[in-house]
Design a binder for this molecule. Sequence first.
Ligand code: NAD
Length: 552
Amino acid sequence: MSNSSTPHSPRRGIDWLRDPATNEGTAFTAAERDALGLRGLLPPRVATIEEQAQRMLANLRGYTAPLHKYVALEALHGRNTELYYRLLTDHLEELMPIAYTPTVGEDCQHFGHIFQQARGLYVSIEDRGRVAQLLANWPEDGVDIVVVTDGERILGLGDLGANGMGIAIGKLALYVACAGIHPRRKLPVLLDVGTNNLALRGDPLYLGLNRPRATGAEYDALVDEFMTALAQRFPGVVVQFEDFANHHAFELLARWRERLPSFNDDIQGTAAVAVAGLLSALRATGGKAVEQRLLFLGAGEAATGIADLYAAAVRAEGVAPDDARRCSWLFDSKGLVVAGRADLAAHKRAYAHAHAPVADFAAAVEALRPTAIIGVSAVAGAFDERVLRALAACNARPIVFALSNPTSRAECTAEQAYRCTDGRALFASGSPFGAVEFNGRRHVPRQGNNAYVFPGIGLGAIVSRTRAITDEMFLTAARTLAGEVSDADLAQGSLYPPLAQVRQVSARIAAAVASVAWAQGLSPLPCPSDLPSLVRASMYEPGYRGCAAAGA
Ligand code: NAD
């Protein structure tokens, strides 16, 4: 005998509290409590959403371990959508490192151990032939944006299999908080093709398939089936490929970017953020883009994505493509990427310039005398004192980007960058570092956080319903972001605007991206007369709507 409601029985009071999309908890007003059958189910005092947020924030601050904060925040995510997003939106600087990097990396490492409730769609290699059915099970009728990963290269942490779902969830939370994508219109997807991480496979609490990764035709068939079914179920949906390993990332992007509005944030979003940081740094050094020599530690998705977009920025100044590419040099696990080196993967070849082999990164800095070093290798501490001092010896304002995530993988800390360059470095990082006092000066480094860019790209693509997401859109996004950096930011060593301004930044990027869509003839819609207003009006603002909005 059960007295709980069935899917067919009318909603009872308790159901409003159990559904995170309608739960307002103690903020339900007296009239709503009467109308919805909630009287007696809540403590008598009616609270505001601000009071609820303050209570939650105080609780979060009570935890010392970031992972515990993450678990508490996710519990809120699962019980009250509006309060979760109100809190995240209003306290982004404090909470983004919990909801996303670096803590999301820990979440992914421990996913099976801290799992509370399912969120998102799991499509496994065993679901081949019935992926459309899985998509039909998704409860929302409309989805505007999907973040999909196969978990093979999570941040700099490697293959985390099905645990990679944490990344897709975190990234989509940022789409909502940073760009006002509606929470119900986003979909995190984990493609579970197995994992080669033996420690995970031996863990009894691991929640993914216990098998080696599918490869080749089997893998391709699943991805193709998923993408095709997705486009049928949600026509026009924007797809962000996330944390795929090199051997799939470039190929997937090339295969799908002409067929669906899709992009790879690790390659293209990173590129836009890093190029924006470089443009800001050039304002401080007074140098021209074409005069720069960028030396990348790492030659993967981030490095080649940044190098390609930087070359596009240089080309836009009238420089020939070959000369534009010569601004960037790559250094991978086997040394400097040079012409004639055997076994170079396709994505590195455009940057294999003529030079003698160099096996040691510090020696490469000494030989090439770059104006900037960009760490995207996930090798912690690789920008050591010798590297930083060599860079400082040939630049008045050396540019140091230690972009690897999470913090434990950073090539150097902010403090090391300033100390080893006598406080002259223009520094940006992948994970957040606090302000540094050095020689009586306060440096405020900011994170080259992809969250400055991908939410605005997604919003611009959604608003314009663009058929494709083009390189020009990323260059526009980079320039727009750089344009948001004030002279005061630059004077204190910040190459990015405050994260607290990210909604404004996203709105501007979205309008700029959408205008490129119209200029390139990629939007099926008539071009609006006031694009910035249209973008702002389309942004979701978290807050309670009462029982009327919930359909009562
Ligand atoms: P990737 O796997 O595509 O590339 C890693 C590269 O590092 C490979 O080319 C590899 O050869 C090279 N490498 C590995 N060991 C090395 C060594 N000892 N010396 C020199 N090179 C070495 O990964 P990716 O997507 O390019 O990301 C790399 C790192 O950058 C990750 O930590 C990621 O989290 C970080 N990242 C940061 C941002 C950001 O801050 N905005 C954005 C994207 C990626």
